[in-house]
Design a protein around this ligand. Structure first.
Ligand SMILES: NC(=O)c1ccc[n+]([C@@H]2O[C@H](COP(=O)([O-])OP(=O)(O)OC[C@H]3O[C@@H](n4cnc5c(N)ncnc54)[C@H](OP(=O)(O)O)[C@@H]3O)[C@@H](O)[C@H]2O)c1
Length: 314
């Protein structure tokens, strides 16, 4: 099969190569050593890659910390199940699915990927594969940040950083739907896009003061650093700072702080898929490229806003 691999952590995206790799087979693996109990093989139709994945240690090692290069990056998938390992009841060959794959195993920038069945959910027939791959990571991260870790409820206020970006645009829509007052941030050029994704107010971080926001019940921080530090002071007593950009340096004095890494949850994927199917959640796909053009696209400096999705199968 064709796959994009990386072999050298120091090379960054310039080290990405499109090569031929052996096609995985869940049943064969299971019969050899049981290692793939619970796995299915997915024929990848669309794949997502997160910008700083090559900096994650898990891109280079397996669960036991052993070198696993050449490794295949990309952990967001939408595709069709082609074979089932043992312990995968509930899924079937030919089923359309989407979700996230294991960080410490080969990923989805390939024609086939082995995935734990529990990490996948059914993709409705009228939601295309590009949309499915585009909302798996972004939708789950927003959902978990807002509702699971942030405990956002109707009537509360939330500051969503990067509200025109891949995760922020999902968070803005989901928070608005939940009945929260949504304040988005971003660059000056992002103002209209953020409003299109549902924010009630927008702070242009290039020209306006973050303190103008006042106190909020929840901050969803996608930046960290200096903006993250300033955001901690905006959390009202009893509120929460949720970060997806690592452990915050500054924490709210009288609030909770949570930093987390997204996990694939079938029930939440179902909620996301249902909203996309019903037109209540709009995927934010900034760019779509074919697998053969993906390496060039990943190393390009051409700006785009939203999620880049790789079309692996036409
Ligand atoms: N912990 C987790 O589980 C998890 C999950 C998913 C993502 N992440 C991380 O979350 C971060 C955001 O991911 P994403 O996919 O949403 O990225 P993204 O699509 O690039 O969104 C970030 C948005 O913020 C804007 N922005 C960046 N710096 C800014 C600044 N200084 N002032 C104003 N606006 C700024 C970006 O604009 P420009 O494009 O113009 O810079 C973009 O619109 C990444 O670091 C990613 O690795 C973590």
């Amino acid at each position: 099969m064709r796959a994009i691999v990386v072999t050298d952590p120091a090379a960054g995206r310039a080290g990405m190569r499109l090569v031929e790799r052996p096609r995985p087979d869940a049943e064969r693996l299971a019969s050899l050593d049981g290692a793939s109990y619970g796995d299915v093989v997915v024929e990848v139709h669309a794949s997502g890659f997160t910008g700083n994945e090559l900096e994650w240690p898990s891109t280079w090692v397996d669960r036991l910390g052993r070198d696993r290069t050449p490794s295949i990056p990309g952990h967001e998938v939408a595709g069709v199940i082609t074979s089932l390992g043992y312990g995968t009841a509930g899924l079937s060959v030919g089923q359309r699915v989407f979700g996230l794959t294991d960080w410490t195993r080969d990923g989805t920038l390939a024609e086939y990927v082995v995935v734990e069945a529990r990490n996948l959910a059914a993709l409705p027939g009228d939601v295309d594969f590009v949309a499915g791959a585009g909302v798996a990571m972004t939708g789950l991260t927003a959902w978990q940040g807002l509702f699971e870790h942030g405990r956002l409820v109707t009537g509360q206020s939330v500051l969503v950083h990067g509200a025109a970006g891949a995760v922020g645009s999902m968070a803005a829509q989901l928070a608005r739907e939940r009945g929260a007052h949504v304040i988005g941030t971003g660059r000056a050029a992002h103002r209209q896009a953020a409003f299109d994704h549902g924010v009630h107010e927008f702070v242009d971080l290039e020209n306006e003061e973050l303190t103008e926001v006042g106190d909020v019940d929840l901050v969803l921080d996608v930046f960290g650093g200096e903006i993250g530090n300033r955001s901690a002071g905006l959390v009202r007593p009893g509120g929460t700072l949720v970060s997806i950009a690592g452990s915050p340096e500054v924490r709210p004095v009288e609030g909770r702080t949570v930093d987390f890494v997204v996990v694939s949850e079938r029930a939440q994927l179902n909620e996301i898929a249902r909203r996309v199917h019903e037109g209540r959640l709009r995927p934010n796909i900034g760019r779509t490229v074919d697998l053969e053009d993906a390496v060039a696209a990943f190393t390009s400096t051409e700006p785009f806003s939203g999620k880049m999705v790789v079309r692996v199968r036409g």
